[in-house]
Design a binder for this molecule. Structure first.
Ligand SMILES: NC(=O)c1ccc[n+]([C@@H]2O[C@H](COP(=O)([O-])OP(=O)(O)OC[C@H]3O[C@@H](n4cnc5c(N)ncnc54)[C@H](O)[C@@H]3O)[C@@H](O)[C@H]2O)c1
Length: 246
């Protein structure tokens, strides 16, 4: 098993890509902590029933005090924090004309500030442990922009892409690797909002001619946090069926 004795915190892990990452890491021997605003306990219970080491933290990642207190409590209860996956994210659809200031601030608050708060709380523990691995779940929209997701979503993911590289440079000397996965068109509640026409057009535009599955993202995240990627930091892996090759 690739992640035996590792403690892994995964945000937004009650469902979708985050849950799949938690399940995948648990299967590889990690003790996973499922962080979410809702459904965290149910998700953790499901993993426990399947025989895995899992627990829940009901938590809003855009609340700095909640995040800092929870990370400290996790480390004091479980002894370490080896892996952090910043997966929780929200989206708003439409153009700049549809988008209002409150939506902009809300999305930045969760997608960017929340990511920063988790890093800020987790990194001192990783430095003390002399190592750790962080994976940020970003998006193709952070690289290309997007005409359907309101501009704030792409901007928030672009900020995460830059944060990933900056932290990778700053933290390498402490043995901490920071990488990202940039998915596109993954079958979850987020993409379930698409009309049948949009879904068809998206699949048509993807060279591999299918939607991605949460498992496709989870396998990329597993690779990045595992020792197989020990010489990789500051990297963003595309998981998009060949739609963007950069
Ligand atoms: N599905 C896709 O096609 C796709 C494509 C590119 C990137 N992504 C990214 O992948 C990540 C996961 O997306 P998904 O498709 O599984 O979405 P999802 O909506 O199914 O799941 C997101 C999870 O995050 C949780 N969450 C939202 N706000 C939170 C907060 N403030 N604090 C804690 N938890 C919070 C939600 O409760 C939910 O469980 C997101 O960052 C998303 O932007 C998804």
């Amino acid at each position: 098993m690739k992640l035996e004795h590792k403690i892994a915190v995964i945000t937004g892990a009650a469902r979708g890509i985050g849950f799949e990452i938690a399940q995948c890491f648990a299967k590889e021997g990690a003790h996973v902590v499922i962080v979410d605003t809702k459904g965290a306990m149910e998700a953790a219970t499901n993993l426990q029933k399947a025989g895995f080491a899992a627990e829940a933290r009901a938590l809003d990642i855009s609340d700095y005090k909640q995040v800092a207190d929870s990370i400290d409590a996790i480390v004091s209860e479980l002894g370490s924090l080896d892996i952090l996956v910043n997966n929780a994210g929200i989206i708003a659809r439409g153009t700049i004309l549809d988008l209002d200031k409150e939506q902009w601030l809300k999305i930045m608050d969760v997608n960017v500030n929340g990511n920063f708060y988790l890093c800020k709380a987790a990194i001192p523990h990783m430095i003390r442990q002399k190592g750790g691995s962080i994976v940020n779940i970003t998006s193709i929209a952070g690289k290309m922009g997007d005409i359907t997701a309101a501009p704030v979503y792409g901007a928030s993911k672009g900020a995460i892409n830059t944060l990933t590289k900056s932290l990778a440079r700053q933290l390498a000397e402490f043995g901490i690797r920071v990488n990202a996965v940039a998915p596109h068109a993954i079958d979850t509640d987020m993409s379930a909002e698409w009309s049948p026409e949009k879904r068809k057009a998206v699949i048509e535009s993807i060279p591999l001619k299918r939607m991605g599955q949460p498992k496709d993202v989870a396998q990329a995240a597993l690779f990045l946090v595992s020792d197989n990627a020990s010489f990789i930091t500051g990297e963003t892996i595309n998981v998009n069926g060949g739609y963007l090759m950069d």
